[in-house]
Design a binder for this molecule. Structure first.
Ligand code: BJW
Ligand code: ZN
Length: 290
C-alpha cells in the first residue's frame, strides 16, 4: 500500500503514540542556508565525500580538511534555526507534547552537526518555560547528535583526546578568510600543520569533533534502545543513504511501529513508510506537530 499523505490521520497516530523518535538529516537545516550533502547544490557535488569526511582524508591533507570545516563552521555560525527546528523543539517540551500525545516520550536523533537544533531547543525553552506545577520527568536527553558537532574540537593524540566546545570565528588566524576561497572553489592554500588548530591541553594537532565515514557514530547504545521501543518514527530531511541512521525507520516498522517521512522529494525507502509528506519540512512539520 502506498503511504498516506493525510495530515489528520497522521495526527491521530501521533496522539496515540507513546514512544516517538525523529531521525533528522541535512534537509532540516536547508531553509537555514546550510547546504545539504547530496542532490542539487549538495556539498558532495563539489567535494569527494571520502576525501574530506574520513580519518584517511584528514591524515593525508589536514590543511584542506580544516579549510573545509572552517567554511562549514562559519556558515553555521551565521545561520538561524528555521520553523522546522522550532516545531521539533516545541514538541520536545513535555508540557506542550503531552497536550498533543499524552504520556509520550520524544527524542530527536539528528545526523546534523550544525548545532541548530540545540539552539532552537534553548530558545524554545526560554520562550515557553515549564508551568510551575510541572517538574520535568524526562530524564532522557531529548536531542542526540549522532554525527558529532562542528564546534567540538578534538585532540588527535590518543594519550590526550581532549575535546572542547569552541565557537571562535575564525578558529585560528591561518584559516581566516579561507572560507571565501572554498566557497569560490579556488585552489586552497597549503597551511602548515603548526598553524592549524591545536589542542589547548597538549598542543597536538586538533581535528573537527564530527563523525567521519568509517568512524563509530555517537550515542549508539541509547539510540538502539529508543529504536527498539519506538512506536512512531518521524524521518525528516534525510536521503536515508548513510548507515546506521538509514536503517532505523525500517527497524521501528519491523516491530510494529509506524514511519512518517517529511522530505522535499522522494527519498530512499519512503515507499515503505506509513505516511509521506512531500514538500519543505519547514512548512509541513509545523503543521503536523502543531
Ligand atoms: C529537504 C529539504 C527541505 C532538502 N525539507 N527535506 C551498512 C550498509 C552500507 C554501508 C554502511 C553500512 N554501515 C556502515 C556503512 C558505511 C558508511 C555508510 O553508510 N556509507 C553509505 C554512504 C553507503 N557509514 C559509516 O561509515 C558510519 N559509521 C559506521 O557505520 O560505523 C560502523 C558501525 C556502526 C554501528 C555500529 C557499529 C559499527 C559513519 C557515517 C558518518 C557520516 N558522516 C557524514 C559527515 C559528518 C560530518 C560533516 O558534516 O562533515 O554525515 S557524511 C554526511 O551524510 C553527513 C550526514 O549526516 C550524512 C547523511 O546525510 P543526510 O543528512 O541524509 O543529507 P543528504 O544531503 O544526503 O540528504 C538531504 C535530504 O534532505 C534529501 O533527501 C533532500 O530531498 C532533503 N531536503 N531540503 C525537507 N527543505
Ligand atoms: Zn591534546
Amino acid at each position: 500500500m502506498s503511504p498516506s499523505n493525510d495530515m489528520s490521520t497522521f495526527q491521530a497516530t501521533l496522539a496515540s503514540s507513546r514512544h516517538i523518535i525523529a531521525i533528522a538529516g541535512a534537509g532540516l537545516s536547508a531553509a537555514s542556508g546550510i547546504p545539504t550533502f547530496r542532490g542539487a547544490g549538495g556539498i558532495w557535488r563539489k567535494y569527494d565525500a571520502i576525501s574530506v569526511a574520513s580519518p584517511e582524508g584528514f591524515k593525508k591533507d589536514p590543511s584542506l580538511i580544516w579549510q573545509f570545516y572552517h567554511y562549514r563552521r562559519e556558515t553555521a555560525l551565521k545561520a538561524q534555526p528555521n520553523a522546522a527546528h522550532f516545531a521539533l523543539a516545541t514538541f520536545s517540551l513535555p508540557w506542550v507534547r503531552h497536550t498533543i500525545a499524552p504520556g509520550s516520550t520524544f527524542t530527536l536523533i539528528t545526523q546534523n552537526v550544525d548545532g541548530l537544533s540545540t539552539r532552537a531547543m534553548e530558545q524554545t525553552q526560554r520562550a515557553r518555560p515549564a508551568p510551575s506545577a510541572i517538574v520535568s520527568q524526562d530524564e532522557q536527553p531529548s536531542l542526540l547528535e549522532m554525527h558529532g558537532r562542528l564546534f567540538d574540537v578534538r585532540c588527535t593524540s590518543n594519550s590526550c583526546g581532549h575535546v572542547e566546545f569552541n565557537t571562535a570565528s575564525p578558529i585560528c588566524e591561518a584559516l581566516s578568510g579561507t572560507e571565501k576561497l572554498i566557497e569560490a572553489g579556488v585552489q586552497d592554500p597549503e597551511i602548515p600543520v603548526e598553524q592549524l588548530p591545536r589542542c589547548s591541553k597538549c598542543n597536538a594537532l586538533a581535528r573537527p569533533g564530527v563523525v567521519w565515514f568509517h568512524e563509530i557514530p555517537k550515542h549508539l547504545g541509547v539510540i538502539r534502545k529508543l529504536v527498539d521501543e519506538a512506536d512512531l518514527c518521524i524521518v525528516v530531511g534525510t536521503s536515508s543513504t548513510v548507515y546506521p541512521a538509514a536503517g532505523y525507520a525500517s527497524q521501528v516498522q519491523r516491530h510494529g511501529g509506524k514511519i512518517a517521512v517529511f522530505n522535499l522529494e522522494r527519498s530512499e525507502g519512503d515507499e515503505e513508510a506509513d505516511f509521506l509528506f512531500l514538500g519543505p519540512c519547514e512548512d509541513t512539520l509545523p503543521r503536523a506537530l502543531g
